[in-house]
Structures are given as structure tokens and as C-alpha cells.
Design a protein around this ligand. Structure first.
Ligand code: ZN
Length: 161
């Protein structure tokens, strides 16, 4: 692992992180969180009542939102993060900078909502895990920022095939 990324991201290091990725300023992060909260309202969750929203930022500064969509058959259920990625990729997007994620029971955000393992792998398919940012938020003011590499270390991606 190169030295540049060889550290864990804790809140006081956010300034350093943001300096490394000029595409994602604090105001961009707040905007992404706002979009994710808004997208959560469309979550289709008749079974779990656990609503999740996401907002995916392309490197061209375009935002694709997503929500979780449950299904009576359970396994066809799709997460908010994958919804956003599939929307974006289906419209020709291939380069991404960051994703913000919020969620909570009945749409009430009381805690951080990290992406599930399946979504981490789907994200990995399309990004450089050392550069792509995952923003897990409780509000526009309270959030954590990670490189995907921190959430999915030693990952398997397209370059292996
Ligand atoms: Zn997921």
C-alpha cells in the first residue's frame, strides 16, 4: 500500500482528505447528503420499514440518487447504493467520485448507515478504491468520510480478470 493512503480516516483528517480530492469539497458533501436524505423519501420498504437514501457523484459533478426497493420475494430487494449506481451506469456514466448514504427505521436518521457488503463490491467494480469516497451521514453536519479501500480492504476488482 502506498504511503499516501496508508492511514485510517478519522474526522480530524477530513481536511487532509478533502485537499486530496478537490472534486469533493465540504459544500459538495453537504449537497450530496441533502440529496440522499431527499432520495430516502422514495424508499419502498413495506417489510423492513428501514429506509435508505443515497446520492452518487460522478467525476463530472453530476448526481444520481437512489433508494432501497424491497420485494415480497425478499432476494430481489435492491439497496439504495446499487440503485444509484445502476441508474448512473445505465445512462452511460463510468467515472465516480463519491457517494453519500443515509438511512433509518421509518426514515428517521438516528445512526450511521454503512453500505452492505454486496454494495461495497458493486461500488468496487466502477471506482478506484484508493480515491472513491464513501460518506456516511446522520445529517449535513454530522458525517464520516472513508475511502472505499478502508471499507473493503484487499478487494477483488476488474483488473484481476
Ligand atoms: Zn447494499
Amino acid at each position: 500500500m502506498d504511503k499516501e493512503h496508508n492511514h485510517s480516516l478519522i474526522p480530524q483528517e477530513k481536511g487532509e482528505l478533502l485537499a486530496k480530492n478537490e472534486l469533493v469539497s465540504r459544500s459538495v458533501i453537504k449537497n450530496l447528503i441533502r440529496e440522499a436524505i431527499s432520495a430516502m423519501e422514495h424508499a419502498y420498504t413495506p417489510y423492513s420499514k428501514f429506509k435508505v437514501g443515497s446520492a452518487l457523484l460522478t467525476t463530472k459533478q453530476k448526481i444520481y440518487t437512489g433508494c432501497n426497493i424491497e420485494n415480497a420475494g425478499f432476494t430481489p430487494t435492491n439497496c439504495a447504493e446499487r440503485t444509484a449506481f445502476f441508474k448512473a451506469v445505465s445512462e452511460g456514466e463510468k467515472e465516480f467520485a463519491a457517494i453519500a448514504i443515509v438511512g433509518g427505521k421509518d426514515g428517521l436518521i438516528t445512526d450511521y448507515c454503512p453500505p452492505c457488503g454486496v454494495c461495497r463490491q458493486v461500488i468496487r467494480e466502477f471506482v478506484d478504491p484508493r480515491k472513491f469516497l464513501v460518506i456516511i451521514a446522520k445529517s449535513e453536519e454530522e458525517y464520516l468520510v472513508y475511502f472505499l479501500e478502508e471499507l473493503l480492504p484487499m478487494s477483488f476488482g476488474p483488473e484481476y480478470l
